[in-house]
Design a protein around this ligand. Sequence first.
Ligand SMILES: [Zn+2]
Length: 236
Amino acid sequence: MSGRKGPGNPEGRGGPGDAEGVPRWDGPRWIGAPPAPPPEPLDATAVLELYRRAGGLRHGHFVLSSGRHSDTYLQSAVVLQWPALAAALGRALAAPWRGRVDVVVGPAMGGVVIGHETAGALGVRMVFTERVDGAMALRRSFVVAAGERALVVENVVTTGGSALEVAELLRAAGADVAGLATIVDRLPEGATLPLELHALARVTAASWDPDNCPACGSGSGPEAPGSRRGLPSTRR
Ligand SMILES: [Zn+2]
C-alpha cells in the first residue's frame, strides 16, 4: 500500500515508523479545524484510518504506560478530541445494541467520552466508574438499579480486566449486563471474554518486557508518546 500524496505528505510517503505508509495528521494540521467525519456507517477500515490520521495509531517502537515496550501505539483521546468524530464512533458503537440497553457504563477515563456519545446515540443515560483504593466503584451519586440493562463501553479493550470489573460491579447492584462495546479490540490472539463483545475494529500488537524487547536488542531507542505534552510551546 503506498502513501497518499497530499498537503500533509507532499512526497506521498509514510513517515518514519509508519509501516503501512499512511500519512499521519499528528502535527498542527489537525489543530484548530475539525476533520470531516467519514461517511457512515463506519467500517473497521474507516475507524483505523481515523486513528492513523489523528496520530492515535502508530507503528514503531514505544514505551507503553505499563512500562512494557510495543511495536504499536494506540491512543483514542486524540481521535475523540473531535466531537464530530466521537459522535460518529458513538453511533457506530450503538448500532448492535438498539432497544437492548437502559444505561451505558464506562470506566474512567477511557470509557467516559465514548460512553457518553454511545449513550446519546441510544437515547439512554451514561454513568462512569472510578477506582477507589484500587477497586472499581460508582461515585458522584451515580446509581444503576436492579433490573436495568447495562452496556459497558470502553475505547480500547486490551485485557478486558476493567470491563469485567465493571460488569461485576453492575451485577452486584442487580443490573443485567447486556455486554461490552469497544472502539478497538486489542485482546491477545484467541482470547475471549465472558461477555457479548462488539468492537468496531481489531488491532493486533506485540508487547515485551523492556529487558526482553527485540527492538531494543537491535539498538533502537523507544518513543514514549504517552508522556509527550501537547502544549504548543513545546513545538519549535
Ligand atoms: Zn524496546
